[in-house]
Design a protein around this ligand. Structure first.
Ligand SMILES: Nc1ncnc2c1ncn2[C@@H]1O[C@H](COP(=O)(O)OP(=O)(O)OP(=O)(O)O)[C@@H](O)[C@H]1O
Length: 327
């Protein structure tokens, strides 16, 4: 993919790039031509409703499933011709967790160290260090099935890090976690990226994408409906408005009659005007209210958030929407 910016300066190398990825199960198209470019050392969020194809994308990029069409490189290795190179460079955690519940957290870690052919002493050192880092030292000798959801996810990530991967795929890392565990997981992701790791995460949570991701792709019905930084996405869609609230019904009614292009909320005595929230627009609204002698009791500015983006792009009447995504 081209990597030259307007100024002619080269962008950082892509840790993951994909062009035209396609996948169908039977006559059901799951991925319908996915393009991705994830610069090294960044967090990229694949956001989408149930059944959008997020896990399928991660499985293809991690060589667990083969694509029917398209190409992808991960850490410079082609997923089709060099799957071993890809596997050596990545760590995958998430819905298909590697944690064995019957053995202890420590044993899970040591098993991973064996799989990576670490010498025994080195395996024990790395295990102790990672268990400590993920706050699992106390629980190390207990069977993993006794761990809470948050502890299992932390163990899963710790196991992934035994191989020292430069690229990590996190498939819905915080689904089902309580708010504290979710925030812990976010902190873990931030620390990984601060160390130079590239993270591709899938999520159904807009807040998570907004918190963590440098770039977000909204996947819907097997296609990328939009891609950009969270701020770019928010700017792309309408949803910004100014809300005026009145306590005096007659002031409300005269404002509602005088203002065109407003949405009325007669119960709350509130009017909503489309606005990009810019200083210029706000000033003109205020000037107009003054000149019309209208005084609102409350004025609030709403700028679009990722929720607006998500709903605008993944609604049930969007094209290519699979039935599953409408549940
Ligand atoms: N092995 C398979 N055989 C048949 N259909 C499959 C298979 N794997 C996935 N699918 C279908 O592909 C579609 C996309 O699934 P995928 O798991 O990639 O979605 P997702 O975006 O990760 O959703 P979720 O958020 O629910 O995990 C779904 O309709 C799913 O039923």
């Amino acid at each position: 993919m081209p990597t030259t910016t307007h100024s002619g300066v080269h962008e950082p190398p892509a840790a993951v790039s994909a062009v035209g990825l396609r996948k169908a199960y039977g006559d059901k198209t799951v991925l319908d031509g996915i393009d991705l470019r994830i610069p090294a050392g960044t967090v990229f969020a694949l956001l989408g409703p149930n059944g959008a194809g997020k896990t399928t994308t991660v499985k293809i990029l991690s060589t667990l499933v083969t694509a029917d069409g398209g190409q992808a490189q991960v850490a410079g290795h082609d997923i089709a011709t060099s799957p071993d190179g890809v596997r050596a460079a990545i760590g995958v955690t998430g819905q298909f967790s590697a944690v064995d519940g019957l053995i202890t957290g420590e044993e899970n870690m040591l098993l991973m160290a064996d799989l990576h052919h670490l010498p025994k002493r080195e395996g024990r050192r790395v295990t102790a260090e990672l268990l400590e880092r993920f706050d699992l030292t106390e629980a190390a000798k207990k069977p993993a099935q006794s761990y809470s959801g948050g502890m299992k996810r932390r163990l899963d990530i710790a196991m992934t890090l035994v191989g020292n991967p430069r690229i990590i795929f996190l498939d819905e890392p915080t689904t089902g976690l309580d708010p504290r565990s979710r925030h812990n997981m976010w902190q873990i992701v931030r620390e990984l990226v601060a160390d130079g790791t590239t993270v591709l995460l899938t999520t159904q949570y807009l807040e998570e994408a907004d918190e963590l991701a440098d770039r977000v792709a909204v996947l819907n019905g097997g296609r990328i409906a939009a891609e950009g930084t969270p701020d770019e996405l928010k700017r792309q869609i309408p949803g910004g408005h100014v809300r005026l609230r009145f306590s005096d019904p007659s002031a409300y009614l005269s404002a509602a009659t005088a203002l065109r292009e407003v949405t009325r909320d007669d119960e709350a005595l509130a009017l909503q005007l489309p606005s990009d929230g810019s200083q210029r627009e706000l000033r003109s609204i205020l000037d107009w209210l003054d000149s019309a002698g209208i005084e609102a009791d409350e004025l609030t500015v709403h700028t679009p958030d990722l929720d607006d983006v998500f709903f605008a792009l993944t609604g049930p009447d969007r094209p290519n929407q699979p039935k599953e995504a409408v549940r």
